[in-house]
Design a protein around this ligand. Structure first.
Ligand SMILES: Cc1cc2nc3c(=O)[nH]c(=O)nc-3n(C[C@H](O)[C@H](O)[C@H](O)COP(=O)(O)OP(=O)(O)OC[C@H]3O[C@@H](n4cnc5c(N)ncnc54)[C@H](O)[C@@H]3O)c2cc1C
Length: 521
């Protein structure tokens, strides 16, 4: 993907686009893949970087949602389990299975969770990831050597999917690009334009890099702005009833010693009645999450002190070595775009996501989850094609392989997440051996990945590279800050930028990264 080439595509496009998508998260990029693979002309605009919003801040699970099963939402669980299986088939370089153990401290937990997780398994049908079963105390300790043993009776094991959210998103953007979609990051939609009858027929947009504005026309505009859904809806009609009740979720990241095995811990009931996970992720331990209603969505939400304390105290109940603030390597927050009420002409095609059409013709898709992005996109494009009277074309994404598809990506070691793109990255390392060196001893990321991200993945800033092309900021914020000057140097070389650009980049990255370093207790 090249930003200049995206602009060439934009300029070369004559007449209205079939579909303009606003928002470059899982929902918007999923929609652009679906629409482009049907043969529609698609333009996607993202105000910041792809995945800057919620889609880089998830728990990284491709799952049916054991919690929804407890709530009796069988159809949603079945839909998500099916999507989990399809995604594993389409992106095996980015999705893999993971064993989860529910530790049991009460006599009733083994039969209760054992039965529930059997049902979870059965609902997956042919998309199952492995059978659940009850574990003895010894088997539980073998799987979870650092679990709190006091009162431990045993556990229940089940299998679910795990992924790297923003890397999957970049590969999805590349898939849409390969299918001829035009996608621009750092272009904000500033307004919606209407025809003489008051129907939306396009957008006005501003490039954040050079301040230039442009107008693009479309048969239909899709609002996929996640937590910012109501802001764009207000551009169409100032009197809308808000749909989104934003809620914040926080994760803490620790080193691997807190959870050294290959299994994750699933706590089905925290003291606030939620589910909490401790998961091995990229050689670290990821623990979360919380659910805190917030007044407004922000692009860089900040974890509250009480959210950090809550995760630490819950983790301390289950881990023999109690984590403290001093052990936290990174803390990150994300905003759930929960749908509270749709009002008006809503087509609730699933109990999970919502598709809403304004009187002005703006089509909004929101809610749902990462796992179900493909199905959400299918529903959305069906509705959009009908609304815009586009020629009918069937959805073809069920078995559409995502960019970089590779059946044996494990062979690429730390470059596994790039799939087949690992080969040209290895070529870069061979061509210039200094690029094969890790940028910091704490993390495996190399200069070659920086170069690759700039040349082929539309990374524009240090933050794009360290937060979303690699996951350095999410894994170890201080190591990411140490890496920043070298990343700036490599990016400046690629993009022909001067020392002042590098200084400004390092400073603005440090400002963001400080939020990922918790205050000492
Ligand atoms: C804490 C947490 C944990 C989660 N864990 C999981 C999980 O493990 N598994 C799972 O399946 N799901 C999970 N989810 C849910 C999942 O992450 C979200 O459903 C999904 O990422 C939402 O994607 P989105 O594209 O709708 O929103 P976003 O990713 O927020 O994308 C919206 C984009 O729109 C852009 N935008 C806004 N306004 C404009 C404008 N005017 N012009 C241009 N662009 C604009 C924003 O910059 C943003 O990038 C989790 C969510 C949270 C918060």
């Amino acid at each position: 993907m090249h930003r200049n080439e995206m602009y060439d595509r934009l300029r070369a496009h004559a007449g209205p686009w079939d579909i303009i998508v606003v928002g470059g998260g899982a929902t918007g990029i999923g929609v652009s893949i679906d629409a482009a693979s049907r043969g529609y002309g698609v333009l996607l605009l993202e105000q910041n970087d792809f995945g800057k919003g919620t889609s880089s801040r998830s728990t990284k699970l491709v799952h049916g949602g054991v919690r929804y099963l407890e709530q009796g939402n069988i159809s949603l669980v079945m839909e998500a389990l099916r999507e989990r299986g399809l995604l594993l088939g389409n992106a095996p370089h980015l999705v893999h299975d993971r064993a989860f153990v529910v530790p049991n401290y009460d006599w009733w937990e083994a039969p209760f969770y054992g039965l529930g997780l059997k049902v979870y398994n059965l609902l997956a049908g042919k998309y199952g990831f492995g059978s659940s079963r009850i574990l003895t105390r010894e088997e539980t300790l073998e799987r979870l050597p650092t679990i709190n043993t006091e009162g431990l009776r045993g556990g229940v094991i089940y299998f679910d999917g795990q992924f790297d959210d923003s890397r999957l998103l970049i590969h999805m953007a590349a898939t849409a690009y390969d299918l001829s979609a035009t996608l621009l990051n750092y272009v904000r939609v500033t307004g919606l334009t209407k025809d003489a009858e008051g129907f939306i027929n396009g957008v006005t947009a501003r490039d954040a890099e050079n301040g230039e504005e442009f107008h693009a026309q479309a048969e239909v505009v899709i609002n996929a702005t996640g937590p910012f859904t109501d802001d764009l809806r207000r551009q169409a009609d100032a009197s809308i009833t808000p749909m989104i009740a934003p809620s914040q979720g926080v994760h803490l990241v620790f080193d691997r010693s807190f959870l050294p095995g290959e299994s994750a811990i699933m706590v089905p009931h925290t003291s606030d009645g939620r589910v909490m996970f401790a998961i091995p992720w990229h050689g670290h331990t990821l623990i979360g999450t919380t659910d805190t209603p917030v007044d407004r969505a922000s692009l860089e939400p900040v974890a509250l002190e009480q959210e950090i304390d809550f995760i630490l105290s819950t983790a301390s109940l289950y881990l023999a070595h109690k984590p403290t603030r001093g052990d936290i390597l990174s803390v990150f927050a994300g905003i759930r775009p929960l749908v509270k009420s749709a009002g008006g002409a809503t087509a609730a095609l699933s109990r999970d996501h919502t598709i809403h059409i304004e009187k002005s013709g703006l089509l909004t898709i929101c809610g749902g989850k990462w796992t179900t992005y493909r199905h959400m996109a299918e529903d959305c494009v069906n509705q959009a094609a009908m609304l815009a009277r586009l020629p009918e074309k069937p959805c073809v994404t069920e078995h559409l392989r995502l960019h970089g598809f590779h059946a044996d990506a494990d062979a690429f070691g730390p470059l596994r997440v790039y799939g087949s793109d690992a080969l040209p990255i290895q070529d870069l390392m061979r061509g210039e051996p200094a690029l094969a060196e890790p940028l910091d001893p704490a993390l495996p990321y190399t200069g070659a990945e920086v170069v690759w991200a700039v040349r082929h993945e539309m990374a524009r800033t240090i933050e794009d590279v360290l937060a979303r092309r690699t996951r350095a900021l999410f894994l170890n914020a201080r190591a990411a800050m140490r890496m920043a000057p070298r990343v700036a140097g490599l990016m400046a070389r690629e993009r022909n930028r001067d020392g002042a650009w590098q200084t400004q980049q390092v400073e603005s990255f440090a400002e963001v990264a400080r939020n990922y370093c918790p205050k000492p207790g």
